[in-house]
Design a protein around this ligand. Structure first.
Ligand code: PMV
Length: 349
């Protein structure tokens, strides 16, 4: 899974890097895994431009691995422990990673743990930082495939954040070269009307989620609808992919919404059932559907594992959507003002 020269290294090095990684929003969701953090079904996402994590990684040689983590100006012990475990697991495979003391300083342009995929951008940033460290140690270029592996082991969806545009993660006959191990960018195959797609994020609540996506994935192991879900994801992906290639926004939007509702239906039907939607989430969904019917504007919603709504639409609809959001939806967001205007963006750097 990792280059063999990485595995042989036995001495640390002084290192400093700054990495920026985007969040992404899945149109076909990854929910359920197998083996070493491999997806139970392929997923397809749009990389975001404005919602990003900026991470600085400093490494100094040390006899014992340790991690100090600062998030938005404060030491964050809960994340520090999680990150240390992640580094320890990686060091089992790549021993030289265990021969450093790390100081990580991170900040997001959006609220973390609120259904905007902060784990995706955080782990993508960390993984690319580690791949840069390995490049320095081996005096070679950054290995992006290895970085994608590192990212996936932190958070599955993070592997998609290394790339820009549209990214498919998971083996699928639809895209030659697709893999369970890393994401592949598929933007060049889509119809021009899907380029520069927009995502208006309505933050209904920025509170930390009560239930982690780790638990959600785990619940899929014994979920009565698991097999039906894994095959519906394949069908939805095929239909969405056809619509994205032909430029059929209505068909694509139908699948995007179906995927979001399916994700939450799976959570509702899990043991114990998990409810992450808020009353305002449902009200926004109702209004979006009414607006679409009345105006003909191709505006669709999707939701991750949280209460916040992502409104997905073509760039050409922006003026109408902006006015609709400002007049009719903004009142249902946190403090009546929590909106992030985002769009298709570039990958981690
Ligand atoms: O990458 P994880 O383990 O945080 O899981 C992400 C799951 C969803 O965000 C709900 C769906 C997805 O494909 O991004």
């Amino acid at each position: 899974m990792f280059p063999s020269e990485w595995l042989k290294l036995r001495a640390g090095v002084d290192f400093h890097a700054t990495v920026v990684a985007p969040a992404n929003i899945a149109w076909v969701k990854y929910w359920g895994k197998k083996g070493p953090q491999l997806p139970a079904n392929p997923s397809l996402s749009m990389t975001l431009q404005e919602s990003r994590t900026l991470t600085e990684i400093e490494a100094t040689p040390a006899s014992k691995l340790s991690v100090e983590l600062w998030f938005e100006g404060a030491r964050l012990e809960a994340f520090e422990e999680k990150t240390l475990k992640y580094f320890q697991a990686l060091a089992q495979e790549i021993p030289v990673l265990g021969l450093h003391r790390y100081k990580i300083t991170s900040q997001n342009t959006f609220p973390h743990s609120s259904g905007i995929a902060s784990s995706a951008s955080s782990y993508a940033a960390l993984a690319l930082g580690l791949a840069k460290l390995m490049a320095k140690l081996t005096h070679s270029a950054i290995d992006f495939t290895a970085a994608a592996n590192l990212a996936r082991l932190g958070s599955g969806s993070a592997t998609r954040s290394l790339h820009g545009g549209y990214v498919l993660w998971g083996e699928s006959t639809l895209v030659p070269g697709s893999s369970d191990l890393y994401g592949v960018e598929v933007t060049k195959h889509v119809h021009p009307s899907f380029l520069n797609a927009r995502d208006c994020i309505l933050v209904v609540s920025s509170k930390v989620k009560e239930v982690s996506s780790r638990l959600g994935h785990q619940q899929m192991n014994a979920h009565p609808f698991a097999q039906a879900r894994f095959s519906s994801a394949q069908m939805n992906l095929a239909e969405l992919w056809g619509a994205m290639k032909s430029g059929d926004w209505d068909k694509a939007g139908g699948i995007i919404e179906l995927e979001a509702l399916t994700l939450h239906a799976l959570m509702l039907a899990a043991r114990p059932g998990v409810i992450l939607l808020e009353p305002n989430t449902l009200e926004i969904i109702r209004l979006v559907r009414l607006f679409r019917k009345a105006s003909g504007v191709p505006l669709f919603f999707t939701i991750d594992a949280g209460p916040n709504i992502h409104l997905i639409y073509p760039e050409s609809a922006h003026a109408k959507v902006e006015s609709f959001v400002r007049h009719e939806l903004i009142g249902f967001t946190e403090n009546g003002s929590s909106v992030i205007w985002d769009q298709m963006g570039s990958g981690a750097q």
